[in-house]
Design a protein around this ligand. Structure first.
Ligand code: SAT
Ligand code: MN
Length: 592
């Protein structure tokens, strides 16, 4: 059997229960070497050097993009694979109709055969990590075992990875076990399995993003959502942002949108010149862990320490913060290259592509230069708008929860739920056009409750019941809103300018939370009174505004009827309160 190459002054001795598990995995997967990651900068340098030497990573122009590298994934491995992702709970009912399910014993047996000998000739990396600030009672730890050095480089940015996490595990005892091997990247031998009752994950056959960085979607959403239900909190697919108004008061909101719908842009929003005095601080761009606080408010931490963001579309006018942030020490995946060896992507305003993401000479007939789901991995602290409160062990108090999707039609710019209970229905009603973040057809509308369809680790019916219970336990719950930045007119033109101008909508939301803005009741929820949404200096026609705030009765009745059908699929798991709420909306539409 291979011997440990490196144990960093007894790192493997720090935690016996980790070491025992690692030894078992080593026996099964038969790596040539075992390497315990300490998370140091020197380690990152060394690993990166090894990948560069092997040609798996490519250095970008070090003058204009110092510390930046390009990684090209296998062309068959560029997005999450939802059809190969399973919740392996003991009962199928617990996973619900919203998940693929496999019997845990059958899944274990299947994965055992895939993992057997899969790391021969490779190094097995052991990555202890902490999701959330190391000193936060809300943080949770895990250990990922992987044979991909690219995964190590990503996890080192995305999580608090290394010695300190292992020390926390040694004191705490419990941790999430994540086993990952890229296998032979054969899509027919690719599975992402979750065993929520055992707090464990097995992922085989993909090296990409959410399939392979197990701390992210697998742990921080699927496993954590299950744990959160048992423990009385929420693990959500939400950004967290701090908004400081011209009076100097800061409020925090958390917002859920499906993948590749602009969460990173909203989290890093640049206030437009027409709204002087506002400041925006990013706390998180993808995942929020929400806990009822001792004061009866809802508090949030960002379990991650980096961003794994969509590159295409990033430029100084869409997201100046991101544009600056990714000019150094950034790992690019699947972008094109310029003749100057700079990264290039659709929407980049400087340079021209010489080669595409596959390394071929760029030819627009072959499609875009950068893959539509090409990504940057970058430390959150590099964001010019980074909010230090992201490191506060208590988290930040949340004033408003916002749900949204990418909807060409129907969903208005903004509306507010009448109550927490109605808000849970509004969150459950999220639907969105599919994007390149997941394998499959792009642009079809699908239901994506709370933007958690690919990520809820258990039955949505039980999940909504849990949401209702969390709200009932809050003395001072956040208000709940729904937004849609993506409405188009009949000619296919966006009705709302989006990006920084979204702050106008957020300002109304905060005024509602402060009790200082009025609203009109509509059958679906409360909307801004005419004139209360600040549109001064905005080039938007009165017709567009009317369309953005319309509630077309017939279309909404159809929508509510189809949503009701969807809810009924959850059978006895669907809380009665959800049916009562949807029937109330239907009644209001009929009476309007
Ligand atoms: O691939 S990830 O799941 O990490 C990114 C996303 O789809 O949100
Ligand atoms: Mn996401």
């Amino acid at each position: 059997m291979a011997t440990a190459l490196h144990t960093f002054a007894g790192l493997s001795e720090v935690s016996n229960n980790v070491a025992d598990w690692v030894a078992g995995v080593q026996q099964l997967t038969q790596p040539d070497r075992v390497y315990w990651c300490d998370g140091s900068a020197a380690e990152e340098q060394r690993l990166r050097g090894e990948l560069l030497a092997r040609g798996e990573l490519r250095e970008l122009n070090q003058k204009s993009f110092p510390g930046c590298c390009l990684y090209r994934s296998n062309p068959s491995d560029v997005a999450r694979v939802e059809h190969l992702t399973y919740i392996c709970s003991r009962s199928k009912d617990a996973a619900g109709p919203n998940n693929n399910w496999m019997d845990p014993a059958a899944a274990r047996a299947k994965m055992r055969e895939l993992f057997r000998g899969s790391m021969r000739g490779r190094t097995m990396y052991v990555l202890p990590y902490c999701m959330g600030p190391l000193d936060s009672p809300y943080a949770r730890c895990g250990v990922e075992i992987t044979d991909s050095a690219y995964v190590v480089l990503n996890m080192a940015i995305m999580t608090r990875m290394g010695r300190a996490a292992l020390e926390r595990i040694a004191t705490e005892g419990g941790f999430v076990r994540g086993l990952h091997s890229i296998g032979d990247l054969d899509p027919a031998r690719r599975f992402i399995m979750h065993y929520p009752e055992e707090l464990s994950i097995e992922s085989f056959g993909s090296g990409y993003g959410g399939n392979a960085l197990l701390g992210k979607k697998c742990h921080a959403l699927r496993i954590a959502s299950w744990q959160a239900r048992d423990e009385g909190w929420l693990a959500e697919h939400m950004l967290i942002v701090g908004l400081q108004n011209p009076r100097g008061e800061t409020h925090y909101v958390a917002a859920a949108f499906p993948s590749a719908c602009g969460k990173t842009n909203l989290a890093m929003l640049i206030p437009p010149a027409s709204l002087p005095g506002w400041k925006v601080f990013t706390i998180g761009d993808d995942i929020a862990w929400l806990q009822p606080g001792p004061d009866g408010r809802l508090w949030a931490i960002n379990p991650e320490s980096g961003y794994f963001g969509v590159v295409p579309g990033t430029n100084a006018s869409t997201n100046r913060n991101a544009d600056q942030m990714i000019r150094r020490d950034t790992l690019f995946t699947n972008v094109g290259l310029t003749a100057d060896n700079e990264p290039w992507w659709e929407g980049r305003t400087e340079g021209r592509p010489l080669t595409d993401w596959l390394g071929r000479p760029y030819n627009p007939d072959n499609g875009p230069a950068a893959h539509p789901n090409s990504r940057f991995t970058v430390a959150a602290s590099q964001n010019p708008a980074y909010g230090r409160e992201a490191e506060d062990p208590r988290g930040v108090p949340i004033s408003a929860l916002i749900f949204g999707g990418r909807r060409r039609e129907l969903a208005p710019l903004v509306y507010e739920a009448r109550s927490w209970q109605h808000g849970v229905l509004v969150g459950a009603s999220v639907a969105s056009e599919t994007t390149a973040a997941a394998a499959g057809q792009v642009g079809v509308v699908r239901r994506d409750p709370m933007a958690m369809k690919p990520f809820a680790g258990y039955n949505f019916g039980d999940y909504w019941a849990h949401w209702l219970a969390v709200g009932a336990a809050l003395k001072n719950p956040p208000r709940i809103f729904h937004v849609n930045w993506f409405r188009q007119n009949a000619a296919g033109k966006f009705l709302w300018p989006g990006f920084g101008e979204n702050l106008r909508v957020l300002a109304w939301i905060l005024d509602r939370c402060a009790g200082s803005a009025g609203a009109v009741e509509t059958p679906i929820g409360n909307m801004p009174l005419t004139g209360e949404l600040n549109t001064a200096g905005l080039d938007i026609s009165p017709e567009a505004l009317t369309e953005l705030t319309a509630v077309p009765n017939a279309a909404w009745r159809k929508e509510i009827a189809s949503f009701r059908q969807y809810l009924l699929e959850f059978g006895s798991h669907l809380p009665d309160a959800m049916l009562a709420e949807i029937d109330e909306v239907a009644r209001r539409l009929a009476a309007a």
